[in-house]
Design a protein around this ligand. Structure first.
Ligand code: NAD
Length: 491
């Protein structure tokens, strides 16, 4: 049960973290937490409402105005962030257990994500004392000015995340927000709130002052909507679907709050005729099926040169079939269930639509068992770019395979959706790889691997995959305002 271990020790049951205290929701509601591998309820968390949002925003504004975080020296804040990373690392096994219980992913997958989160807090801890601007001498000889820029925290930041990788999603937002000096309200997904609550507790333990990290679980349509519309919030950093991203743009218009939006994707993997097929096939399968395809950057469209299309499609289908699906704690399990019945219905619906439109199911295409939301890695052929299954984000283990004859044709198809998050090119020819990389309209291009990146490099979307970037220097810039200060100089 969720109450065992680190969560039970740190988090008061059915409570939210506001101003350093664990408090029940104003209206007293709770939200059940379901293990997607068994469909059993494993706990419950507080169910926030707009009244809790008002309370949290008031606290956050006060913490911001009192400079509870910013009045500490940059070195002190950096040390606190590093301490937080240590606490996450020390509790990695327990946090991985919690995360895998909530999301369904195998524990080793969750552990890998927690290691990545630790790295993010450490990287941004290093940024806390490197936030500074530029200086310039301005003006003609008879009236000179000395100017400089100050980089200031944007203020109260609402951090809203999706359920597919909560510890990473949180780290990509909370780490730069803290490094920039912001005060935060975290709103985890209703599908997977546990690790975010534990994170709030660890932040307090690390020495983040009360009120600087608040955690507010609840429904997106209630808590998320109230936060994004609230005049007391200066910035929203959101990870989730493009549809909700568009609602947030509208909700944020009232006080024109700053927005960063990490949205959906339909990322292409382009295999050129000279690719090393034996090396590529297993890596393509991982690029698509890891975390059961519930990854924003998953390589959901495979574009293969017609000379090798059948061979590569067959290889990826076999690799998918060989992946062990099962409960999160079973030894050797590579893929867990989908997160919810809703997600399972969505995947089944898209595959049915694909079949109706003429797609061939080369492998997979079925639910596994009748308890838990397990679904087979699925490869569809005989698809075309206009089919919903190829054009729209499914967020499940479903790959569409398309073939092409000319590179430019492949690039046109790759760029032919409203998304532009990630992509990959597979070839032995670096010149071709870089030429394709230049032409792709995506925030990230990987070569001979799919989904490689690191906290040092920004990730984010072209087109409707989002606004702004996370990670790298761009990641902290999203949480900073720039102020120009100019003084007249007397001769
Ligand atoms: P979602 O859009 O349904 O929900 C995301 C978050 O927004 C949740 O916390 C939810 O409670 C909240 N929310 C829902 N309605 C809201 C509203 N009206 N106002 C404010 N907040 C609201 O997405 P999801 O199903 O949780 O996650 C899957 C989606 O997230 C996919 O589209 C995936 O591509 C995307 N994603 C993107 C990235 C990225 O970095 N680009 C990373 C992970 C996931």
């Amino acid at each position: 049960m969720a109450q065992d271990g680190v969560f039970g020790a740190l988090v008061k049951p059915e409570s939210m973290l506001i101003d350093g205290e664990w408090v029940a929701a104003v209206e007293g509601g709770t939200l059940p937490v379901i293990d997607p591998g068994t469909e059993q309820q494993i706990g419950a968390v507080a169910l926030g409402t707009a009244a809790d949002v008002d309370r949290a925003v008031e606290v956050a504004r006060r913490a911001c105005d009192e400079e509870r975080w910013m009045r500490l020296s940059a070195q002190h804040r950096s040390a606190v962030m590093w301490k937080l990373s240590d606490l996450i690392a020390e509790n990695a096994d327990e946090l991985a257990r919690l995360e895998s219980m909530d999301v369904g992913m195998p524990e080793p997958t969750a552990k890998a994500m927690i290691t990545e989160a630790v790295n993010m807090y450490r990287y941004f801890a290093g940024w806390a004392d490197k936030v500074y601007g530029v200086s310039a001498e301005i003006g003609p000889a008879e009236m000179r000015f000395q100017g400089f820029t100050r980089k200031e925290p944007v203020g109260v930041a609402a951090l809203i995340t999706s359920w597919n990788a909560p510890m990473i999603g949180n780290a990509m937002k909370l780490a730069p927000a803290l490094a920039a000096g912001c005060v935060t309200i975290l709103k985890p997904s209703e599908e997977a709130p546990l690790s975010t609550l534990a994170l709030g507790a660890l932040a307090l333990q690390a020495g983040v002052p009360a009120g600087v990290v608040n955690v507010l679980p609840g429904l997106g349509s209630v808590v998320g909507a109230a936060l994004t519309a609230h005049d007391g919030v200066d910035k929203v950093s959101f990870t989730g679907s493009t549809a909700v991203g568009k609602q947030i743009v509208q909700a944020a218009a009232g006080n024109l709050k700053k927005l960063s939006l990490e949205l959906g994707g339909k990322s292409p993997m382009i295999v050129l005729p000279d690719a090393d097929i034996d090396a590529a096939v297993p890596a393509l399968a991982v690029g698509m099926f890891w975390n059961s395809g519930q990854i924003c950057t998953a390589g959901t469209r495979l574009l293969v040169h017609s000379d090798i299309a059948d061979q590569v499609a067959q290889g990826v289908a076999e690799a998918g079939k060989a992946m062990k699906i099962g409960y999160r704690t079973e030894p050797g399990v590579e893929l867990g269930p989908l997160v919810s019945q809703r997600q399972l219905d969505r995947v089944e619906g898209y595959v049915a639509k694909g079949r109706e439109a003429g797609a061939t199911v080369l492998s997979g295409g079925r639910r596994v068992g009748d308890k838990g939301y397990y679904y087979e890695p699925t490869v569809l052929t005989d698809v075309d770019p206009s089919m919903a299954v190829v054009e729209e984000e499914i967020f499940g283990p479903v790959l569409g395979v398309l073939s092409y004859d000319e590179i430019d044709e492949a690039v046109a198809v790759a760029n032919g959706t409203s998304y532009g998050l990630a992509s990959s090119v597979w070839t032995r020819d670096i010149n071709n790889a870089l030429t394709v990389a230049r032409k792709l309209k995506a925030g990230r291009v990987n070569i001979n691997i799919h989904r490689a990146g690191g906290v040092q490099l920004p990730i984010g979307g072209y087109k409707q995959s989002g606004w702004g970037r996370e990670c790298g220097p761009e990641g902290i810039a999203e949480f900073l305002e720039t102020k120009s200060v100019v003084t007249r100089m007397w001769a």
